[in-house]
Design a protein around this ligand. Structure first.
Ligand code: DOR
Ligand code: ZN
Length: 344
């Protein structure tokens, strides 16, 4: 049995760090595990200019400390200027741009109301080789919330891939067998990130003994068969699937509310949580590819130097952690995980 593994230092290809006191509280958790992270731009107001992204990057660097590189993204709006995208990409500020369908999730009201509105932006991104990160859910209220990802594949992603055949796309936080199959069947310019929660939870978790706001994120967790398909994709060794935590902190009172916010704060033990899955699936040998190699290769970035070690050892996850004058409830709160990051 493998009891200790050393891997190349990993990256997080999908992360919410917020700003201000929340940023200060959460950034160190990611920095102790990951060398780089793709930073989501859904602040209030959203990050839509190069100036705002550069300033935010500095605040993240200050909060995270040395050895952590934030990779910034531009929040796409109906009126985004393709020249601004190109300018930020050429300046090395923006690595990617994020498509939030308007109203799909937290702080997405300035998002895209119809993907045809951003055709000039997608055209430009295709030309300059800038990656498109996608929140893959339709917002049509007629569509059942558990079907929104599958319908997105057909209504939005398929036409975008047809109309922009050279555009590199990451379908973020996939939750269904439909998405795992779609991504696996597409060419190399489509990849997907996978979160720890979609590997561990199915939709029963939302209602286990009562309403469970800390299991609520978007896209919402799905049926068991989907969880198993997403797990199979993660451990498959395919370079099209890689680590993206979607760690999304909301203060406890914002989660435990009559209208609780979507988002799971998984940053404190993200790597240990993923490794537990690879261990259960007897695929520890594929963990390094998922966590540290597939992502940079897709984005065309160098692999990290340096390593990190995890050992088989019980670790108790705190029931809560302090943040911004209140607390956050981390993923796996109060549970015991079987792996521990050494020396961090
Ligand atoms: O659960 C989620 N939380 N999903 C998202 O897409 C956004 C995120 C957030 O920003 O809180
Ligand atoms: Zn997200």
């Amino acid at each position: 049995m493998t009891d200790r593994i050393t891997i190349r230092r990993p990256d997080d290809w999908h992360l919410h760090l917020r700003d201000g006191a929340m940023l200060e509280a959460v950034a160190p958790y990611s920095a102790r595990q990951f060398a780089r992270a793709i930073i989501m731009p859904n602040l209030v107001p959203p990050v839509t200019t190069v100036t705002a992204a550069s300033a935010y990057r500095e605040r993240i660097r200050a909060a995270a400390g040395p050895g952590f590189e934030p990779l910034m993204t531009c929040y796409l709006t109906d009126s985004i200027d393709p020249d601004e995208l190109e300018r930020g990409h050429a300046a090395g500020v923006w690595v990617a741009a994020k498509l939030y369908p308007a109203g799909a999730t937290t702080n997405s009201h300035s998002g895209v109301t119809d993907v045809r509105n951003i055709a000039p932006a997608l055209e430009r991104m295709q030309r300059i080789g800038m990656v498109l990160c996608v929140h893959g859910e339709v917002t049509d209220p007629e569509i059942d919330i558990f079907d929104r990802e599958a319908v997105f594949l057909e209504r939005v992603l398929t036409p975008v891939m047809r109309d922009f055949p050279g555009l590199k796309i990451v379908l973020e936080h996939i939750t269904t067998a439909d998405s795992a199959d779609f991504v696996a069947a597409a060419g190399p310019r489509l990849a997907a990130t996978i979160t720890p929660q979609h590997l561990h939870l199915n939709r029963n978790a939302l209602f286990a003994g009562g309403l469970r706001p800390h299991a609520y994120c978007l896209p919402v967790v799905k049926r068991e068969r989907h969880r198993l398909a997403v797990r199979a994709a993660a451990v498959s060794g395919s370079p099209k699937f890689f680590l993206g935590t979607d760690s999304a902190p909301h203060l406890r009172e914002a989660k435990e509310s009559g209208c609780g916010c979507a988002g799971i704060f998984n940053a404190p033990h993200a790597l240990e949580s993923y490794l537990a899955v690879f261990d259960e699936e007897d695929a520890i040998d594929r963990f390094e590819g998922f966590a540290a190699e597939h992502g940079p290769r897709f984005y065309g970035l160098p692999l990290n130097e340096g390593t990190l070690t995890l050992e088989r050892s019980a670790i108790e996850v705190s029931a809560s952690v302090p943040a911004a004058g209140s607390t956050l409830t981390p993923f796996h709160a109060g549970e015991t995980l079987g792996w521990r990051l050494v020396g961090a």
